[in-house]
Design a protein around this ligand. Structure first.
Ligand SMILES: Nc1ncnc2c1ncn2[C@@H]1O[C@H](COP(=O)(O)OP(=O)(O)OP(=O)(O)O)[C@@H](O)[C@H]1O
Length: 365
């Protein structure tokens, strides 16, 4: 089987904080903790979670704008940390980024044509004619007329600027685009246009997206798979269809319950999200979600839950909903109050298959 396009293994990023004058201890912001996922060619993986959960830090680590504290990032099976000059340049062509604020990420002194052909000109010299032809082609790809190439960012609407940001990302024909809150700054109707454009481009060019968003409506529209993050860790990763049909982690359930429902016939989950996200400088012990979790057991306060495969491609880190299987033990009975509303296939113990992180299980029921 060929390696996935992007593979992230146990990625961790701690930002050291400068100590106070009287303090000897250096504290760290645990922005990303032991995060693993992969993205295949032509796939859209969305990373979703509340503000501060580490989404943008992952994007920065992937783009090598920050160095990881631990873990690896592999492109086509090659660790990007070991890439030397030429290989690094080749890799940079393959991975491009689209930012949240199209205005601040576009050089106001360059016109649209210069902005979108600049990435190519970093690699090769273009004649005036070639530059114009490339600019016209890229503008057409993102649904704009060639005449736009002479305009400056200040003369364009928010949606046009974001199209320009996408055209610039497309210039080097990347395999993967990292889109960090790429539609958050846009009106809802423009958001839909940009999302549809991204999906059309994926169909046409086979691009993979790592799409970072806090907006579940956007995520449901565009994602093939979704990774839900809480305080630096992935707590659930599943196909978009499975996740929105049935959230397993109580945090995912609460996030979906808190999101506006486009479909009025859909029933909301009963779990509500209360309290603030704790500080990543001093995260809660055990499962970081336990202080806000209505299902928390004593074990949740003590042990970090491992990500447990659920047998349908979904992995979940929750002692209650996805307890790791105890070696050699018979499947136990789930506490019905904790599994109410869960499908039979998600029975916490009996259906945990191919468990990679096996730890001792203490049931509190
Ligand atoms: N350079 C830095 N130095 C110290 N802490 C940082 C740094 N960059 C990010 N952080 C912290 O790391 C944590 C994760 O931040 P990050 O921006 O990745 O979260 P996010 O999920 O993208 O949030 P948002 O949706 O608000 O952008 C936050 O607590 C943030 O304050």
């Amino acid at each position: 089987m060929s390696a996935p396009l992007l593979q992230v293994e146990s990625l961790t990023k701690h930002f050291p904080l400068s100590p106070g004058i009287l303090s000897k201890n250096i504290s760290v912001v645990r922005a990303v903790e032991d995060v693993s996922f992969s993205v295949s060619a032509g796939e859209t993986l969305c990373i979703v979670g509340e503000s501060g959960c580490g989404k943008s830090t992952i994007a920065r680590l992937l783009m090598r704008l920050a160095e990881p504290t631990a873990g690896r990032v592999l492109i086509d099976g090659t660790d990007i940390a070991g890439l030397k000059r030429n290989a690094l340049r080749a890799w940079r062509r393959r991975m491009q980024m689209v930012f949240q604020d199209p205005y601040s990420s576009l050089n106001p002194r360059l016109n649209a044509g210069q902005i979108i052909t600049e990435p190519v000109e970093n690699f090769e010299r273009l004649s005036h004619k070639q530059r114009k032809a490339l600019a016209a082609e890229l503008l057409r790809k993102v649904g704009m007329l060639p005449q736009v190439m002479d305009r400056f960012p200040s003369e364009l609407s928010g949606g046009q600027r974001q199209r320009l940001g996408i055209a610039r990302a497309l210039a080097l024909q990347p395999s993967l685009i990292i889109a960090d809150e790429a539609v958050s700054a846009l009106d809802v109707s423009v958001q839909a246009q940009i999302l549809n454009l991204l999906m059309d481009l994926q169909q046409e060019m086979g691009i993979a997206y790592l799409f970072i968003s806090h907006d579940l409506g956007v995520v449901e529209h565009i994602a093939h798979r979704v990774a839900v993050m809480y305080l630096g860790r992935i707590v659930e990763l599943a196909s978009s269809e499975a996740l929105f049909a049935e959230a397993v982690h109580p945090y995912t359930e609460a996030l979906i319950a808190a999101a506006p429902l486009p479909d009025p016939t859909r029933v909301r989950a009963s779990v509500t999200l209360e309290g603030e996200v704790p500080s990543p400088v001093k995260p809660p012990s055990g499962c970081a979600f336990h202080p806000r979790c209505p299902l928390a057991l004593e074990r949740c306060r003590v042990e970090v839950p491992p990500l447990v495969p659920m047998g349908d491609g979904r992995v979940v880190a929750c002692h209650v909903r996805a307890p790791a299987r105890v070696l050699g033990s018979a499947p136990g009975n789930a506490n019905p109050s904790l599994t109410a509303g869960m499908p039979g296939s998600l029975h916490p113990i009996a259906n945990v298959q191919n468990t990679t992180n096996i730890c001792t299980q203490h049931r509190a029921d």
